[in-house]
Each structure stands twice: as structure tokens, then as C-alpha cells.
Design a protein around this ligand. Structure first.
Ligand SMILES: [Zn+2]
Length: 154
């Protein structure tokens, strides 16, 4: 677990850990929307009354398929998220809570970080105008159903 957090530390004083995410980690995810990337993940953990509060700061670049030409493209990621780690005994199904068994010593942060990166990718993403792979976008256009009033737009 390259992004593991030792839960047996004393978080009374906030602890900050920095992790690196590289393309290999995305390749380990099945059917990943994100093909690769290089990101820095900063995590600050501190003890809050309800559990251990984790504040994530994720910056870098993620590689995804362009909507238009399906070639790889990079999107900038710059996102902050917070979750609280709580004992599974008090399960309440809250959105920003990660429930762990009391005996867990190492928490794998990667599934959370992966979700945060995916959430930070714009729903629509494509190369800047005119920078798509032209052969590929021409081919794709042939298969698209064209609306009659759009045919002469280009
Ligand atoms: Zn493109």
C-alpha cells in the first residue's frame, strides 16, 4: 500500500504526510477512467472528537481520454477533500466518513484518493480547439449521426 496511513500514531498534534501518485497506480485500477498521471497528495490528520479527521490536498496532472478524439490528454487536478475516520461500531452511513475496524493499523488511502481524483475531472474534457488528433476525430465524425443544420459548420 503506497498510500498507507499508520492509524496507531497519536494525532493529537496534526500529522502531515505527503504521497506521490504515478501512472502505475492508475494501471492497477480496473476499467479506470484515469489512464495515468503524476500527482502529489498531501494529507493532514488530526484527532477530532468524532474520529481522525483527514484533510486531503491533491494537485498534479491526470491522463484521460479526450472526449473528441479518444487520444490521451492531461487535465490539471487541484482539489481538496476531507473525511473522518471512525470506528465501524458507530456506523451511520455518513457521506464523508470512512468506517474502519478498531484493530486496523494501516489505512489504505488510495481508494479514497482515486475517487477524489476522478471527481475532480471535468465531466466534459477535450483538447484545446484544433489540437485533437485529426485523423481520429475525422474517423469518429464519420460514424456520428450528423444533424442537418450542423453539417456545414466546419
Ligand atoms: Zn482530442
Amino acid at each position: 500500500m503506497p498510500l498507507s496511513l499508520d492509524l496507531k500514531q497519536n494525532f493529537a498534534t496534526p500529522i502531515t504526510v505527503e504521497y506521490s501518485v504515478d501512472s502505475n497506480m492508475f494501471e492497477s485500477m480496473e476499467n479506470s477512467l484515469v489512464k495515468g498521471g503524476k500527482l502529489t497528495v498531501g494529507v493532514t490528520a488530526h484527532q477530532a472528537p468524532e474520529g481522525i479527521r483527514l484533510a486531503f490536498s491533491i494537485t498534479g496532472k491526470a491522463v484521460v481520454e479526450c472526449d473528441r478524439c479518444l487520444e490521451d490528454m492531461e487535465v490539471d487536478i487541484n482539489t481538496c477533500e476531507e473525511v473522518s475516520v471512525q470506528n465501524a461500531d458507530h456506523y451511520e452511513d455518513a457521506a464523508d466518513v470512512v468506517y474502519v475496524d478498531e484493530s486496523l493499523t494501516q489505512l489504505d488511502l488510495w481508494p479514497m484518493v482515486y475517487d477524489f481524483i476522478v471527481l475532480a475531472i471535468p465531466i466534459s474534457h477535450h483538447h484545446p480547439e484544433g489540437q485533437c488528433n485529426k485523423d481520429m476525430s475525422d474517423k469518429l465524425n464519420q460514424y456520428m449521426v450528423q444533424q442537418p443544420d450542423e453539417e456545414n459548420n466546419e
